[in-house]
Design a protein around this ligand. Structure first.
Ligand SMILES: [Zn+2]
Length: 112
């Protein structure tokens, strides 16, 4: 049994119990992944269009890195193998976005 909180997932018409590790987000593993991929896709799209990436979204995504790494390292039963591969995909997606954003804001120095 995975450790669940007493709450059910916030997502509409989802009755899955929220695992303790996702209590802050209030989502079940599947909906957490859906939400995270949605935010990642939106931030990546905005960035490629040259629009400002919403700071809060980016902060949120970067904050997921530690969480995802911990989740992947954990032996528990919160995540099944399908969800684990999605976590890995999410991790790589966030890392890529972070690279783009970081490189775009680093000023190019002129060498004399
Ligand atoms: Zn759910």
């Amino acid at each position: 049994m995975m450790a669940t909180s007493s709450r059910t997932c916030h997502s509409e018409s989802c009755a899955v119990k929220v695992p303790v590790v996702l209590e802050k987000e209030g989502l079940c593993p599947d909906h957490y992944l859906e939400d995270a991929f949605g935010k990642l896709a939106l931030a990546t799209e905005h960035f490629h269009r040259g629009q400002n990436v919403d700071c809060r979204t980016l902060d949120w995504l970067l904050a997921q890195v530690d969480f995802v790494v911990d989740s992947l390292a954990e032996e528990g039963t919160t995540w099944d193998s399908d969800q684990r591969s999605k976590l890995l995909e999410l991790l790589l997606g966030i890392a890529n976005l972070n690279e783009y954003v970081r490189h775009s804001t680093v000023p190019v120095r002129q060498s004399n």
